[in-house]
Ligand binder design. Structure first.
Ligand SMILES: Nc1ncnc2c1ncn2[C@@H]1O[C@H](COP(=O)(O)OP(=O)(O)OP(=O)(O)O)[C@@H](O)[C@H]1O
Ligand SMILES: [Mg+2]
Length: 270
């Protein structure tokens, strides 16, 4: 059996505020296998993004207390606990394991800079040996692979000259320059219209399949989880209330809260 790429054990997070420690996450635990697509669902404030912040070490460390284990599998099959690494190293290590797409990734594009200039800068961070012509070739190839039309003409444009869906695809392309084996998408389609939402979800799904990426897809929308995820986690008040294969979870949810969420989705679909 294939060993998990990521094992999270007893993850607890407190945020210190006014001399108090506010509990945010409690005993969060799950595994992510190579190529697995796992959804993380739950209502607003459940702790989905905070879990992602712990995994990516993007949390403001001076106000946080994180406990537990976040184990990433190395190439040689051994596991490294990211929480045991000192800070700057932890961030670098996690960035090599996880690429991140956020709700506002679109806004990560600088409106005053042409697409090619900003994308090339990101590409060079990870491929410092490439000259300008090679980088352009690489961008055009990536655009082809990602179904981003327009070639050099698109590269010459500014973000506002492209549709939201196209900008999100480019932002995803930039996020994936790192070649990390795990992709975390945190509500990546919320700021898009329905048609573009669907296109971007399909795009992310195809991308994971083509690159053999493992994915954590964070969303309120259980419909998306059902459509594209093999397994799912349901969170509430900083805890996991239920997790398992998506099929089982939808067929026979054990927890009343999961049942309520699924009913809510059905209500919306009608
Ligand atoms: N800087 C902070 N200081 C104190 N509490 C915070 C801070 N940031 C987030 N929280 C709290 O952490 C909890 C979990 O928030 P989180 O952003 O992970 O929720 P979420 O599940 O991603 O919700 P949403 O679906 O709205 O994005 C919430 O109760 C939130 O109020
Ligand atoms: Mg969130």
């Amino acid at each position: 059996m294939t060993e998990p790429l990521l094992i999270v054990k007893n993850l607890c997070l407190d945020i210190r505020k006014d001399g108090r420690a506010i509990p945010i996450l409690r005993d969060v635990g799950f595994e992510l296998k190579p190529g697995e697509r796992k959804g993380i669902a739950g209502e607003s404030g459940a702790g989905k993004s905070m879990t992602m912040h712990c995994l990516t070490a993007l949390i403001p460390r001076n106000i946080c207390d994180i406990r537990g284990e976040i184990l990433f599998r190395d190439g040689d099959g051994r596991y490294t606990d990211a929480l045991k690494l000192p800070w700057p190293e932890r961030q670098r290590f996690c960035a090599g394991k996880i690429s991140l797409i956020l709700q506002d990734s679109i806004n990560a594009l600088n409106p005053f800079i042409r697409i090619e200039t900003q994308w090339a800068e990101t590409a060079r961070l990870h491929r410092p040996d490439m000259d300008k012509a090679k980088v352009r070739e690489h961008l055009l190839r990536t655009m082809d692979a990602f179904g981003i039309p327009g070639g050099v003409e698109t590269l010459r444009k500014y973000p506002h000259q492209l549709s939201g869906g196209m900008r999100q695809r480019i932002a995803i392309g930039m996020a994936l320059e790192s070649d990390a084996p795990i992709l975390i998408a945190d509500e990546p389609t919320t700021s898009l219209d329905t048609i573009n939402q669907r296109k971007v979800v399909e795009f992310i799904e195809a991308l994971c399949a083509a690159r053999g990426l493992s994915m954590l897809y964070i969303t309120h929308n259980l419909g998306i989880v059902q459509a594209i995820c093999d397994s799912a986690i349901v969170m509430k008040d900083g805890r996991i209330v239920e997790q398992g294969a998506t099929r089982d979870l939808f067929a026979s949810p054990a927890d009343p809260y999961t049942r309520q969420l699924i009913e809510g989705t059905r209500g919306l679909r009608r």
